[in-house]
Design a protein around this ligand. Structure first.
Ligand code: SF4
Length: 378
């Protein structure tokens, strides 16, 4: 007997994983993604040039955030820095290897919270590179409280094409607990302004904040789905030194989530976004030396996305097995060759899980073409 897995879900997953490989820099996680982006741009022919404005323009200090510790950058950006940063990135490439799409990204703070003059200076500093064709567009990260039609118009006039908003949660208690009160109406209004101006929208969520739990986070996921962003990033909450969250942790007022719990929740979130064709372009923090040095506790894993994807793969294998009338002692899963490690799971966890759950002795994995779907041969 051969049972096939639904092709539609695989296609969504492939799209999402492709988007992750091509992911751009996140709102508050900055320098440690530079190398990653240089890798990813080679695959997609897109170059992101990050310019860091750590904590600048922020309406408050969120309990989980110490921007300079996460990014490893303490220096304010100015016109000179913008020019030098662009050049340092472009210099890496010769004319043949230069990625086709090139974008400057202002990350690390709340761009639209900067004084207007400073916003203009930074945006204007990029324009010569846009006019010369070296750079094509700009993206910024900011906070919903700091978005208005006027502010978005200024961005649009200066070749900003994408705005990323840190939502983190849509639950008032969670946001209050981490010192970033912002009601959902404000988020919706910010999203409207961004959409009306025809800019791309990225949203960011953080599961595991104080007062958060599985139900609350999945409600945030549904709220974000309702906003139909172009992409999403998910950053499980970690305890980083020199943050308010670290102080709460030391006083045992905040208990970080275990890795397994977080992986399970992010898996559910990913499935929900995949169903709506919303790409999750980044899951979990990158293993940057600055971040690792300051990491105190929490559900960190260098291959967090892999753990989530392999748990999703396990669910698909369970789904097929549940369709069998009788469970045999030996069976084979035919899996796309590029996804063998996902179906095996970390340290063959998926195979062990199947053996334990169904009492099967031999679970075999056989590679098939990448365009084919998961099959169970029993
Ligand atoms: S608004 Fe963003 S950058 Fe500013 S403190 Fe909060 S998380 Fe950090």
């Amino acid at each position: 007997m051969i049972i096939n897995y639904s092709k539609r879900d695989d296609e969504r997953k492939r799209d999402t994983r492709l988007d992750e490989r091509n992911s751009l820099l996140c709102i508050f996680v900055t320098t440690f993604l530079i190398r990653f982006n240089l890798f990813s741009v080679k695959k997609r022919n897109q170059l992101i040039i990050p310019v860091f404005i750590p904590h600048e323009g922020c309406p408050y200090r969120c309990a989980f955030c110490n921007q300079s510790k996460i990014t490893g950058v303490n220096q304010q950006s100015d016109e000179i820095v913008v020019g030098q940063t662009i050049q340092s990135y472009l210099d890496v490439f010769d004319s043949e290897s230069l990625p086709e799409k090139r974008e400057v990204a202002f990350y690390g703070g709340s761009f639209t919270g900067l004084p207007e003059e400073r916003q203009k200076r930074l945006l204007h500093a990029v324009q010569p590179s846009i006019h010369s064709g070296e750079v094509h567009s700009i993206r910024v990260s900011t906070h919903s409280l700091l978005v208005s039609s006027n502010k978005i118009s200024l961005l649009k006039e200066n070749n900003v094409k994408t705005v990323e908003l840190g939502i983190q949660s849509t639950n008032d208690r969670v946001l209050q607990a981490v010192g970033r009160p912002c009601d959902f109406e404000t988020v919706k209004s910010a999203v409207d302004s961004i959409r009306k101006n025809g800019l791309r929208l990225g949203l960011q969520l953080m599961p595991g904040l104080p007062e958060d739990d599985e139900n609350i986070f999945m409600k945030s996921v549904q709220d974000v789905i309702g906003l139909t962003p172009d992409f999403v990033r998910i950053y499980p909450t970690l305890v980083i030194k020199n943050t308010e969250l670290y102080e709460m942790y030391k006083l045992e007022k905040y208990l970080p989530w275990k890795l397994n719990r977080m992986v399970r929740l992010v898996k559910d979130a990913l499935i929900a976004f995949q169903k709506e064709n919303i790409p999750v372009i980044r899951v979990g923090l990158h293993a940057d030396p600055s971040m690792l040095e300051n990491l105190v506790d929490g559900p960190y894993h260098p291959a967090f996305r892999y753990l989530v994807d392999s748990l999703i793969a396990r669910g698909k294998m369970f789904d097929l097995l549940d369709q069998l009338q009788k469970i045999p002692q030996t069976l084979t899963f035919k899996v796309p060759s590029r996804e063998v490690s996902l179906y095996l799971g970390h340290k063959k966890d998926n195979i062990h899980a199947i053996q334990n759950r169904y009492g099967i002795n031999n679970v075999l994995i056989q590679q098939i073409g990448d365009q084919e779907d998961l099959q169970l041969v029993a």
